[in-house]
Design a protein around this ligand. Structure first.
Ligand code: FE2
Length: 145
């Protein structure tokens, strides 16, 4: 291994170690085991700073008379995240019980980061929503339904 490659590897390793150290002290930012940082809300009742327009909010609604279905209303942020060419939510994922059931790629400009999903209810479910902002990374929230 040449010296330059060794140095790059060492810098990369030290960067990962110090990032892990920093993340260990920040309660709302955790790595997912593959090195991806995911921001979780510290307290949903008191969103602060970047949380205000990045945390995906999940609201459960009945699906009319269909007891076997449930509607999820999801929006990115208490204050809807902007969707400009320079700063936007570029993707959203819906997970149910650790399985990704839906993923959308968004094009900034005309799309508003607000959706309704209808799910088939299968007992109690744990729903998680992840969104990706091109400037502020990945944000997530979860809810037992
Ligand atoms: Fe953002």
């Amino acid at each position: 291994m040449d010296r330059r490659r060794w140095m790059l590897g060492a810098v990369s390793f030290l960067g990962a170690v110090s990032l892990q150290g920093i993340l260990g002290r920040v309660p709302w930012a955790r790595a997912d085991g593959q090195g991806t940082v995911i921001h979780w809300p510290a307290d949903l009742s008191k969103l602060q700073g970047l949380e205000v327009d990045h945390v995906p909010l999940i609201r459960v609604q009945p699906a009319g008379e269909r007891k076997d279905l449930v509607n999820l209303e999801i929006q990115v942020g208490q204050r809807l995240h902007e969707m400009t060419l320079l700063h936007a939510i570029h993707w959203v994922q819906l997970w149910v019980d650790e399985h990704k059931v839906s993923q959308m790629t968004l094009t900034p400009g005309r799309v508003v980061p607000k959706w309704r999903f209808t799910l088939r209810r299968m007992g109690s479910m744990r729903v998680m929503v992840r969104v990706g902002c091109n400037r502020h990374g990945i944000w997530a929230n979860r809810l037992a339904v």
